[in-house]
Design a protein around this ligand. Sequence first.
Ligand code: ATP
Ligand code: MG
Length: 577
Amino acid sequence: MSDKKVATSPDDRTVIGITFGNSNSSVAHTVDDKAEVIANEDGDRQIPTILSYVDGEEYYGQQAKNFLVRNPKNTAAYFRDFLGKDFKSIDPTHNHASAHPEDANGAVTFTVKDKEGEDAEPSKLSVDEVAARFFRRLVGSASDYLGKKITSAVITVPTNFSDKQKSALIAAATAADVEVLQLISEPVAAALAYDARPDTEVKDKIVVVADLGGTRSDVTVLASRSGMYTVLATAHDYEFHGAALDKVLMDHFAKEFLKKNPKSDPRENARSLAKLKLESESTKKALSIGANASFSVESLADGIDFASTINRLRYEMIARGVFEGITRLVSSVIKKAGLDVLDIDEVILSGGTSHTPRIASNLAAVFPESTAIQSPSTSATAVNPSELQARGAALQASLIEMYEAEDIDQSTHAAVTTVPHITNAIGVVSRSPSGEDVFIPIVQPETAVPTRRTVFVPAPKDGGDVLVRIVEGNTHIKVTQPAPKAAAANGGSRAAKVEDADDSDADESDSEEEEDDDEEKREKVWKIGATVAEAAIRGVKKGGKVEVTINVNADLSVIVTTREVGGKGGVRGVISA
Ligand code: ATP
Ligand code: MG
């Protein structure tokens, strides 16, 4: 497979953003710099990633999904993750109720009857071919909607997509006559969709993106520094996801059905099972909005109709194991990044399963109040989690559409991929009123380089020498056990402050200091690390200030400049970190 791309001249492009999932795909475009998800001819914005063939006719999306009941053998589903993989390394678990992947000399193929006529031979379609056909339909409907042919796209991919998987995806899009401007990672697309909102102030922050889909959950910790995203840690889970929640409801309703009809287990017959699954998924979605939902299937098994209801409390009880698995997954990735929940400024819930209120509230319970939990049930301004990735991709597409194809990788890499960054914070040591040395961060950890920050250190009250010590800093979590009686065990030891708008988040944990509950108190405190530079500015006048500028170069070397504000000269140090 080659990386051949269709190259379109920037003037002739019509661009979109695409997210192509195992369960659903979605397309978005921008109108006046705002991203909008495009509905297909069925009115769907989340389009099931499924193709089905009936009498030589090709169906895709929701229509194809409905054929899982009557025509499963000629319906190809859950194939995205097979792109660029050998047959031996795929997990076909989710394909048991549709066309099975087969081994064709190591390549993954599906055998479906895609031609008309009783005795037409079935075709062996490679997964690349299936993906290309699906792309053609997806992009075709979006072209119809826009009234002009779409030429180019930014497509999102999971953070663990290998180069082989990426080239297979590019090849599939190319075969569908779509120029791939860029592949961007799914969590970054989700973060972009939030950060690019016109009313959003872009600040430095650490963001967790929990992408909870149908067949996988991917959690990523991102550092967003000056509008650049750095991936700090990722985890991929194939056990706690939307399909697992469907399964919980399938078992619940199957058991209820069995009570009345002990001889007819709908899970033992393929068609009944498919009906059970489809309806369980709808019931699950309804439970994201309402406190009750109905379940109703005509002829569920052995010709017997079945109707029931379930309330959200009951659902949350039976699905607890899955919900808890998701919470654990999120906690584990934060740990993997070497961080603590107190370090996380924002949690973005992305993917269809993120509509589930209980998942969001369970996560909210793990994080401090200062962490913003972006999900429909926890934030009035949340963006639809099912739309985030397509929107982010569309925004990125509109940013880069004017570049020539060969310039895109270079000119746009930095904005959305891993860039060099510092690991520890860099800051100054300051003396607190209680006489302790405290660390004041100037450049936050995980900041992408090159970068430059300036702070002002006040002179002693009556003027005099100012010693500036620039050090590395890292955080650790200080745990204070509740005092037996109300006793302020540790009065504010972090009083020192630097007049700098940049380091506003250094004080965040202070706001919780007064909380008077029985729980142990956990706060983020800085530890002073290796000294980077020291400078003494002599005889600073009363009320004067010393300006400290830290430049971190692209090669991670650090240049520190200190000077008295209004004074002459300065001290300059070059340090390699
Ligand atoms: P994957 O690649 O993990 O299979 P995806 O990225 O293709 O998934 P998404 O659309 O993000 O797909 O997620 C699909 C899952 O989200 C399905 O299990 C679907 O049932 C579930 N889902 C969609 N909407 C809701 C909702 N409103 N409430 C609960 N779950 C929902
Ligand atoms: Mg997904």
